[in-house]
Design a protein around this ligand. Structure first.
Ligand code: SAH
Length: 492
């Protein structure tokens, strides 16, 4: 099985630069051993006008079976034979994509120290795959590649040229041509779409395949008309992974689709922060106080409920003691900004494994919120209509029941100290209420008692002798025994 990649050159930029971009010298034939056989890279032609690199994968079918990796194709009753006698050595399957990823890993990432400007620029490209298993036929091949800027030729390969009446095989000869793509983009398209067309992964699809897909799909997968099919097939139709990938792609798409609107949000928030938080950056103090309280309570797995645009999540990620960080918000818009801020789609696998963002409403119990060390409700409760507050209380303290819950909310008494705030106004248009210290204490004590927590209060920001601090924080800690009133606490 093989794939060739060709480019043409001009006087200033010879086609043989392809060697630099692929990190493989055009004058050499090189071999790399992989777990399924040997990958060869060589250049059938290497002239200034035209240069072609070939990747040929020599599969060892026995090694495939021995490694338990040949099970992708063929079912009962001939499965045993199919493990040894199959198309793997001849067709450009998912194995070729794996080899492509291994052998051209730098090129796939667009990294080229010697010719960085060439790596970043589009170049004339021609890709040929002589035998591509194409489940869905030539039409699907076109639907997958054409939206990405390729001119697609997908000719069905006849089963046997001597017997045209037998019809076509399920393979196509694929030729892709483009002037407008970089080499890295082209390789990433192949890396994802070859296995999608093959539709039979030879190896177990694990959770980190979602990260691989999102990384290889960066810049083209979110918003592709066949996004769903690509995602589902790439992840071997594992529903939970597909859903996770689709959710994350949706965030990427939203963030990309409307950059200017996103900036508006950021600016608006900046403006609000300024009005609200002169002369001290209160938001920073709040985050510091929350981080300190989480550390004091030894929390490792943390929920940020109503995470907004992910600033706290970003801080939590910097400290390795926080092993699992989950941001939840009802607003997809806020989550999109958070995903962009965290560069979720570009994160290393290890970092990505620590963080999750999902949409959810705190007014409903949600089993995904169970079993965490701590939950943060930072400047969230005042965004709920008072009649909805008992529902949030039950969802967090009654159902999710983290060991520690931190709740912050504005102290309305302090508002007289904000020069820019007209008397009697709340700090933010979406605040449904702002409480005095006494009101907040009453609420927190009631919740604590009802659900078996103890509560302490901490001022955040300068603690004014008269009106108290600008932000008030309650730290609720789960007592070991539940109170008897617990059951009655569930709202209707
Ligand atoms: N915690 C962040 C954001 C506070 S703004 C911070 O401290 O800066 C309040 C956030 O709560 C908003 O992002 C809003 O979308 C979210 N929110 C409001 N009602 C919610 C609900 N019912 N469920 C989940 N999130 C909610």
């Amino acid at each position: 099985m093989f794939v060739t990649i060709s480019t043409t050159g001009t006087a200033g930029s010879p086609a043989t630069d392809l060697g630099y971009l692929l990190h493989k010298h055009p004058g050499k034939a090189q071999a790399f051993s992989t777990s399924y056989g040997t990958a060869h890279v060589f250049y059938p032609e290497a002239r200034a006008e035209r240069c072609t690199a070939a990747l040929l994968l020599e599969i060892d079918p026995v090694a495939l079976v021995r490694r338990g990796k040949g099970k992708g194709r063929g079912g009962a009753p001939d499965a045993a034979l199919a493990q040894y006698v199959n198309d793997r050595p001849y067709a450009a399957s998912s194995l070729l994509a794996v080899a492509l990823g291994n052998v051209f890993s730098s090129a796939l990432r667009g990294v080229c120290q010697t010719r960085p400007e060439r790596a970043a620029a589009p170049l004339p490209l021609r890709v040929e795959v002589p035998a591509l298993p194409a489940r869905g036929g030539p039409d699907l091949v076109r639907q997958l590649f054409a939206p990405l800027g390729w001119t697609v030729t997908a000719d069905p390969v006849p089963l046997d040229t001597a017997f045209p009446e037998w019809g076509d095989s399920r393979y196509v000869r694929l030729v892709l041509e483009s002037q407008g793509l970089t080499l890295a983009e082209a390789l990433r398209h192949l890396y994802v779409l070859l296995p999608v067309l093959d539709d039979a992964k030879h190896y177990w699809v694990s959770a980190d395949e979602v990260d691989k897909l999102l990384r290889a799909g960066e810049g083209w997968l979110a918003g592709h008309p066949e996004q769903q099919l690509i995602t589902s097939r790439y992840l071997s139709r594992r529903w939970s992974l597909t859903r996770e990938a689709m959710d994350r792609l949706e965030l990427v798409r939203l963030a990309e689709a409307d950059d200017s609107a996103v900036e508006d949000i950021d600016n608006a928030v900046g403006a609000e922060t300024e009005a609200e938080e002169k002369p001290t950056p209160l938001a920073v103090r709040r985050r510091d106080a929350i981080l300190q309280a989480l550390r004091d309570h030894g929390a490792g797995r943390v929920l940020d409920l109503g995470c907004g645009q992910g600033r706290l999540v970003q801080e939590l990620l910097k400290d390795p003691r926080f092993t699992e960080i989950v941001g939840v918000d009802v607003s997809m818009r806020a989550l999109a900004v958070a995903a962009r801020r965290l560069k979720l789609d570009r994160m290393s696998e290890r970092q990505a494994a620590r963080v999750k963002l999902f949409q959810g409403s705190l007014a409903y119990t949600d089993s995904r919120l169970k079993g965490y060390d701590a939950a943060v409700l930072s400047e969230v409760i005042e965004h709920l209509d008072p009649p909805r507050l008992p529902a949030l209380e039950y969802a967090v303290f009654g159902a999710a029941r983290p060991a520690t819950v931190l709740v912050t909310t504005p102290n309305v008494e302090y508002n007289v100290r904000w020069d820019s705030l007209p008397a009697g106004h709340v700090r933010h248009g979406d605040h449904r209420f702002e409480w005095t210290r006494a009101q907040f204490r009453t609420w927190a004590h009631t919740v604590a008692e009802r659900h078996g927590y103890t509560v302490e209060f901490t001022p955040v920001g300068p603690d004014d002798p008269e009106v108290g601090p600008p932000t008030q924080m309650a730290v609720l800690t789960l007592s070991t025994t539940r109170t008897s009133t617990e059951k009655e606490a569930r709202p209707a």
